[in-house]
Design a protein around this ligand. Structure first.
Ligand SMILES: [Zn+2]
Length: 451
């Protein structure tokens, strides 16, 4: 356990007014940098007849249009001759990255060495806030390669003085744990649950292993699944959120929201029509703006970029960990939000139903669900498939009841539709390895809309 509470104490504990002033200074510099160096933003400001010097504060960002992943895709080859978002000369580009996204067409990102250092600092702060220090050894199960996450975490370790075991996947042999006695693992909820199962089969109880903390990220999850992971491993589980765009945020030791490194990452939360900022405490869409320290260079910067994720600003007050930077709730993917008869639900709502504590006595936690149109107009059927430890000894009635109670908790309209039989939920209990997603390569699709 490290005694160092901060990586960059002055910045991380800056008072609210000074922090806002710093943000405004960096908004101004970043907008100006964009106009001078990014072919896309130069055309964009001219096209909308906006003078970059009119953008003086973070509130002024509201006057600028919002761009999306598609904007990046259409302003790079083959859509345009050059990469119009690239905002430095090739001689300053250190690495090139691509993110696939949902459409399959990759977005290109160009990182300078300075970008790498700033990206790494975000993770350094977050690891430090989670109690990691020079005595720690961390297995990174995030993939190395075109994604920046694993590499940036590795670079962050240099500044903390901790050791990294760069496995890249969570399928490493159990001997890695017994041989090197790592104190932490970075992975995702399901992969860490599967790893725990493998360890148990080989006679190593995860809670009795060398692991002292887990860091999860890469996708949103239900609080229930985090709690279960924490129980299985007998340690704290910290959440991180981040992307190649540079939106790294991390949970501190308080474990109640992710700190946004406000001096480097500017997040605005917009209403569904993308017209106004929502109030703190209200759910909205995350719109991201890169913040550059005055005088610095950046390979790809983004102003008002729609992340297609939603969140809630939990607080801008000082945290019990001493940090002043705002905290947000675990972001959810808009692409994983589905509508039934005018009511939205997210994949996480299904996951919450699966991970009800009593259910996990019978279920492995692996699940998938499918939405179908019904026989009658406006009817919807949801089939939820649940993997059981032992289908013959699964109390299906208990699982069903817990699931429905949790799923309908904040959705009275859907509950009504369920009793009116315009919304049906069919449960399907399977044995180990029988879910459909096991037969498909890549990240499991937990909700498939077949309407
Ligand atoms: Zn904190």
């Amino acid at each position: 356990m490290s005694d160092v509470r901060y990586f960059n104490q002055e910045i991380e504990t800056l008072g609210r007014n000074e922090l806002d002033e710093l943000v405004d200074e960096r908004v101004k510099y970043t907008v100006d940098y964009a106009y001078r160096n990014s072919p896309f933003y130069r055309k964009w400001f001219d096209k909308y007849n906006i003078n970059p010097s009119d953008i003086q504060s973070h509130e002024d960002l509201l006057q600028l249009p919002i761009i999306s992943g598609d904007t990046i895709r259409t302003n790079q080859p083959p859509g345009t001759k050059n990469f119009d978002f690239k905002s430095v000369d090739w001689k300053d580009v250190f690495t090139v990255h691509e993110t696939s996204g949902t459409s399959g067409i990759p977005k290109s990102f160009f990182l300078t060495w300075e970008d790498w250092e700033r990206y790494a600092e975000k993770y350094t702060r977050s690891f430090t806030s989670q109690g990691f220090g020079p005595d720690d050894r961390v297995v990174v199960c995030a993939s190395y390669g075109m994604n920046v996450g694993a590499n940036t975490m590795t670079l962050a370790a240099r500044d903390i003085g901790m050791s990294i075991i760069p496995e890249g996947k969570c399928t490493f042999p159990v001997r890695v744990i017994t041989s090197y006695e790592p104190t932490g693992i970075v992975g995702n909820v399901f992969k860490l649950l599967r790893l725990a199962e493998r360890m148990k089969k080989e006679g190593l109880e995860p809670s009795e292993s060398s692991i002292e903390r887990l860091v999860v990220g890469g996708e949103s999850f239900a609080e229930e699944s985090r709690n279960y992971l924490s129980e299985v491993w007998g340690c704290d589980v910290y959440n991180t959120y981040g992307s190649t765009e540079g939106t790294m945020c991390g949970e501190c030791s308080a474990i109640n929201g992710l700190h946004v490194p406000e001096d480097l990452v500017h997040l605005d939360v917009y209403d569904p029509r993308m017209n106004e900022f929502v109030n703190d405490g209200e759910c909205g869409r995350i719109v991201f703006t890169t913040l550059l320290p005055v005088g610095s260079k950046c390979g790809t910067l983004l102003l008002n970029y729609d992340t297609e994720d939603t969140t809630v600003v939990r607080t801008r007050d000082k945290c019990s960990c001493g940090r002043t930077h705002m905290k947000i709730e675990n972001p959810q993917r808009e692409a994983e939000t589905f509508w039934i008869q005018g009511t939205p639900f997210n994949r996480v709502d299904i996951e919450r139903g699966v991970f009800q504590r009593e259910n996990i006595e019978y279920l492995t936690g692996e699940y998938e669900s499918f939405l179908y149109g019904g026989e009658e107009e406006g009817e919807t059927t949801m089939r939820v498939s649940l993997e059981c430890h032992d289908p013959a000894n699964c109390d299906q009635e208990v699982v069903r009841e817990n699931f429905l109670k949790s799923f309908f908790h904040y959705k009275p309209a859907l509950e009504q539709a369920y009793y009116d039989e315009t919304f049906n939920i069919i449960f399907n209990f399977t044995g180990s390895g029988e879910l459909e997603f096991y037969r498909i390569k890549g990240r499991p699709k937990r909700v498939v809309d077949r309407r």
